[in-house]
Ligand binder design. Structure first.
Ligand SMILES: [Ca+2]
Length: 211
C-alpha cells in the first residue's frame, strides 16, 4: 500500500515460508523501507482496500468518521459513490464496499448507496429474514400408526434425510432449519407400533424466498 492505494501484492513465495521470520520495514539482508513507519496494526485476516483506507484515517481507539457509503473516501456521499457502487456490482472495478457485509457488491448495496446519496442514512449490515417451512399431511389410513417421520432433500426425487429427531405424532411439522433462496423437497412416512415404516408419501416442494 502507498498512502492507502494498493501498489502491488506479495508473491506467495515471500510469505508462505514458515522458516522465515516476518519483518516489517525490512527483509533479510537489508532492503530497508525508505520512509517512516509511524503506525502498525496487525490483523489475523486479509483486509479489503476500503478497510485499510478507513483504518489509516481512523486514530487508534476511535471509531471511523468515514461513512461506509463514501466508497471513494472523499468525505462526501454522492453520485460518484453510487457510480462506483454500480461499477463494483457489475464487476468493472474491485468490490471494496463494506455496506452489506465485507466485499459484497450487489443491488442491495447500490440501493443503500442511492439512499445515502439522496441524503438518507447509510444503512449497513446484513439483514436476515428467518424462514421456516410448515408441512401438513392427511393421517395414514393404516392401522396402529404411532407417528410420522419427515424427510428432506435438496433434489427433486431424493435422496432425502430424516429431519425430525423423534417420531412426530401430529399431522404437521415445522422445519425451521431452512435457508433463504433455497428449494427443499419433503416426503413423510408413517410408522406403526412395531416400528414398521411406510414408503415415502408424495413429494412436497417448498421454495424459500430470499432474503
Ligand atoms: Ca464519496
Amino acid at each position: 500500500m502507498d498512502n492507502g492505494v494498493l501498489s502491488g501484492t506479495i508473491p506467495s513465495s515471500q510469505f508462505n515460508n514458515s522458516a522465515v521470520n516476518v519483518n516489517i520495514g525490512r527483509r533479510t539482508g537489508g532492503f530497508y523501507f525508505n520512509g517512516i513507519i509511524d503506525e502498525v496494526r496487525i490483523y489475523n485476516r486479509a483486509l479489503s482496500l476500503a478497510e485499510i483506507q478507513t483504518s489509516m484515517n481512523t486514530p487508534l481507539g476511535a471509531t471511523s468518521t468515514i461513512s461506509s457509503c463514501d466508497l471513494n473516501q472523499d468525505t462526501a456521499v454522492n453520485v460518484a459513490d453510487v457510480q462506483l457502487g454500480v461499477n463494483m456490482s457489475l464487476g468493472l472495478t474491485p468490490c471494496t464496499a463494506n455496506i452489506y457485509g465485507t466485499g459484497v457488491c450487489n443491488v442491495i448495496v447500490v440501493q443503500r448507496l442511492v439512499n445515502a446519496a439522496l441524503g438518507g442514512p447509510c444503512v449497513t449490515g446484513i439483514t436476515t429474514t428467518p424462514h421456516s417451512v410448515t408441512l401438513s399431511w392427511a393421517a395414514s389410513t393404516s392401522s396402529n400408526v404411532t407417528g410420522y417421520n419427515v424427510y428432506r432433500g435438496s433434489v427433486s426425487g431424493g435422496p432425502y434425510s430424516k429431519i425430525n429427531s423423534s417420531l412426530v405424532s401430529a399431522l404437521n411439522y415445522t422445519d425451521s432449519s431452512v435457508q433463504g433462496g433455497t428449494t427443499y423437497y419433503y416426503v413423510v412416512t408413517a410408522v406403526d407400533n412395531t416400528g414398521m415404516e411406510s414408503s415415502y408419501s408424495n413429494m412436497a416442494t417448498a421454495v424459500v424466498p430470499s432474503p
